[in-house]
Design a protein around this ligand. Sequence first.
Ligand code: MTE
Length: 386
Amino acid sequence: MRILHRRTVSQSIRPIDKTNVIGTAKLLVRNRALAIKEDSEMELKFRRNEAYQSLREEITPERIYMDRRRVLSAAGFLGAGTILGALPACSEEPQKSPLVGNGKPATAAAVPAVHPAPGAALTAKKTAYAVSDATTIEQGFNEYCNFYEFGTNKGDPARYAGRMTVSPWAVTVEGETDAPGKYALTDLIDYSKLEERVYRHRCVERWSMVIPWVGVPLHSVLTKLKPKATAKFVQFETYLNPKEMPGATRRSLDWPYVEGLRMDEAKHDLTLLAVGAYGKALQKQNGAPLRTVIPWKYGFKATKSIVKIRFLTDMPPTAWNKANAHEYGFYSNVNPNVKHPRWAQDVEQVIGGKGGFNETRKTEIFNGYEKQVASLYAGMDLKANY
Ligand code: MTE
C-alpha cells in the first residue's frame, strides 16, 4: 500500500491511502473539518488566555515599530536575515556566572543527579541569540504540536503525552565514535551551562512560532562524544513505545522517527540540544527530556525525545524522506524560493504571537539565519538539495 501525504486547511501532513480514492476524499473532508474545528477551538482558547491578552496589550504600535526598524536599520542592524545579536531582546547582558535551578552559582554539587522533570524551573543565561519578534505564548507552544507518535492532530500530543516515561532516560551513542555507550542525560548535558536562545521555529506546514529554548549548543556535547574523522553525518533516533504512544500503533510514519544532519550542520553554533523552553524543562509533548533545534531548517528536522545518537559515514535515512522523498529532502532548509510540491513556502502563519492565529509573515531564506549559515551550502544548488 502506497502512502501519500496531503495538506489540509491547517497544513497538517496527513497520510492517505491512494488506492481508495473515494475513501481518500471522505478522509480529506473529515480531516479538513477536524482541522478547522481544532484550529478554531485553539484560537478561542488563546483568546481566553491571560498571557495572550497581555501580549496583545504589549504589542508595539506599528508606527513605533516602524520607527524602531528605521533606527536599527540606520545603525546597520537590520538586513535580510540579520536577526541575531543586536535586537531589543538581546540587549540583556549575559550573566557573569552560569546559575543552576535555585539561582546559586554553579558548583559540582548544584548539578542535578537526575534530570529535571517536565515543567521544573531551569535557570539559563540569557544570550545574544534572540530574535525581536513576539514570543509565542507558552500555551500555544505546549498545545499546538506535531508529535505523530501521539497522533496526527495538533492537540493529540498534549492530550496523550502524559503517559510517556521520561525518567530514567538514557541516550545510546554508537557508530563512528571513540566514546560509544549509554549516557544518562546529566552526563550528556551540563545543567550548569544552560543557555536561553530565542529562535524562530518554522514548520514545513507553513506555520511558525518564536520559542525561548533552553539548552546547550550541540557542539559542546559532540566534543564529549568524540566522533571519529570518518563520521560525516549524525543521526538522531527518538523514543518509541506504542504502549505509551497511541499514534505509534498506526503506520503514519515508518517508526522510530529518525532524522539527521551533516556533521558541519550539527557542529554549527546555532544548533541546539534543548532540554527546556520558557524557563522550564520541556513538556513531554514538546520532546522531553531532550530534543534538537536547528532554527534554519523546517521543524521536522528537529527530533523530539532523543534516545540514540549515531555517527555515520553516509547520509542517513530520515523519517519524512522515507515517507515521501519527493516532498521532503535531507536538507530541508527553510527556503521561500523552493516550493513544496503542493504549496508555496513564501508566507507563514504565525501561531500564538501578537495576532493569535491571524498573523502572517513572509518566510525568509534559512528562516532569517542566512548570514550565519549560508556558507555551509556554498556552491550547492538549493533547489536540487531541498
Ligand atoms: N519528533 C518526533 N519524534 N515525532 C514527530 O512527529 N515532528 C516534527 C518535529 N519532531 C516530530 C518530531 C515536526 S513535523 C515538527 S514541526 C516539530 O517536531 C514540532 O515541534 P513542536 O510541536 O514542539 O513545535
